[in-house]
Design a protein around this ligand. Structure first.
Ligand code: UT7
Length: 328
């Protein structure tokens, strides 16, 4: 049995937060942001738009491409660190809005920017173990709502988006070939949203201290990210039984164009095998890889049989890789 990607979809808000607007909010410059991050603009969801709304658009596009109805799904997973609310799960809200007419398992996963890779492994395990045939896997974030626009270290980075894939169990070879997941909680404090959970419950104090926003030690994260993504790329290739020069496309989490360039250089990859969209999306955390995958697919970059390597990295710290043989 193979686990094929039967459809992809994405949703990046049309409203953009441009570098010039950030220049007016904090002590930064368009030049600094472009050269240090590669970001020119990022999608920003409006005040009435939550992660489930972006998820729904991406999911409908993925289902349409797969020529499937929502009633044919056996499982919905949303990978997110910016859910609509602490509970219920955003996946349950997607289930409701897609009008799935029967109860199926729906849950959220928090593996931050590695969420989609984690979601691939969990989906695949449940498909093989429970016999599910079709899974809707979404990476969705509205991180601009958890961004402190007084903190220049973080506010230039994050954008909103959702990306979705429909995984389908089919006869034959190919599809999702291998995944590798890692995390090291010793680095938990390097990226966090410290307030709003049970450690620091919501309170006027937590809000006044700006603890409900993302905090990050970017410089340290940068160094670990480059090493971890290089290693996990090599590990997942070994598990898939692929050589690096056989790989046709490398989809790397879009955190910073300098991180991507460093990974490209360490792995010795031809630059044209590594598409990027960070200039127009910013860092969209769990949405980043599935949005890039959808854009590449709709541009016609992937052909059946192409070997695709994915690598992601994020809060936790978590990281992971996936090897996918495109099935078309
Ligand atoms: O997706 C989850 C994982 N997250 C990441 O992968 C993020 C990883 N980290 C990064 O992308 C980068 O570390 C940043 C983009 C966050 C920062 O870039 P950097 O090259 O590591 O800069 P830095 O933190 O070493 O700071 C260099 C200088 C500092 O000034 P001094 O101390 O040299 O005078 C900062 O205060 O740049 C300053 N700086 C800024 N200047 C203008 C920091 N942020 C800004 C800013 N505008 N927005």
């Amino acid at each position: 049995m193979k686990l094929a990607i039967a459809g992809t979809g994405s949703c990046v808000p049309e409203t953009k937060l441009r570098n010039s607007e950030l220049e007016r909010l904090v002590d930064t410059s368009d030049d600094w942001i472009r050269t240090r991050t590669g970001i020119l603009e990022r999608g920003r969801a409006g005040p009435d738009i939550a992660s489930s709304d972006l998820s729904l658009v991406a999911a409908r596009r993925a289902l349409e491409m797969a020529s499937l109805s929502a009633d044919q799904l056996d499982l919905i997973i949303v990978c997110t660190v910016s859910p609509d609310m602490l509970t219920p799960a955003t996946a349950c809200l997607v289930h409701r809005e897609l009008r799935v007419s029967r109860p199926i398992p729906c849950f959220d996963m928090n593996a931050a920017c590695s969420g989609f890779i984690y979601g691939l492994e969990v989906s695949s395990s449940l498909m093989r173990g429970e016999g599910y045939t079709r899974v809707l896997l979404i990476g969705a974030e509205t991180l601009t709502k958890f961004t402190d626009y007084e903190d220049r270290d973080t506010c230039v980075l994050f954008g909103d988006a959702a990306g979705a894939v429909v995984l389908e169990a089919r006869e034959g070879e190919g599809g999702l070939r291998a995944t590798v997941l890692k995390s090291d909680g010793n680095f938990a404090s390097l990226i966090s949203i410290p307030g709003g959970g049970s450690r620091q419950p919501p309170s006027p104090y937590v809000l006044a201290q700006r603890q409900a926003f993302i905090r990050m030690n970017g410089r340290q994260v940068f160094k670990i990210a480059v090493q971890a993504m290089e290693q996990v790329a090599r590990d997942v290739l070994e598990r898939a039984g692929w050589k690096l020069d056989e790989v046709d496309h490398v989809l790397v989490h879009q955190a910073n164009s300098r991180i991507i360039e460093a990974v490209v250089e360490r792995l010795g990859l031809p630059r044209d095998k590594v598409p990027t969209n960070i200039a127009h999306t910013g860092n969209t955390s769990a949405a980043s890889i599935p949005v890039l995958m959808d854009e590449c697919h709709r541009e016609g970059r992937f052909s059946p049989g192409d070997k695709i390597l994915c690598a992601g990295f994020g809060a936790g710290l978590t990281w992971g890789g996936a090897a996918i043989e495109w099935t078309g």
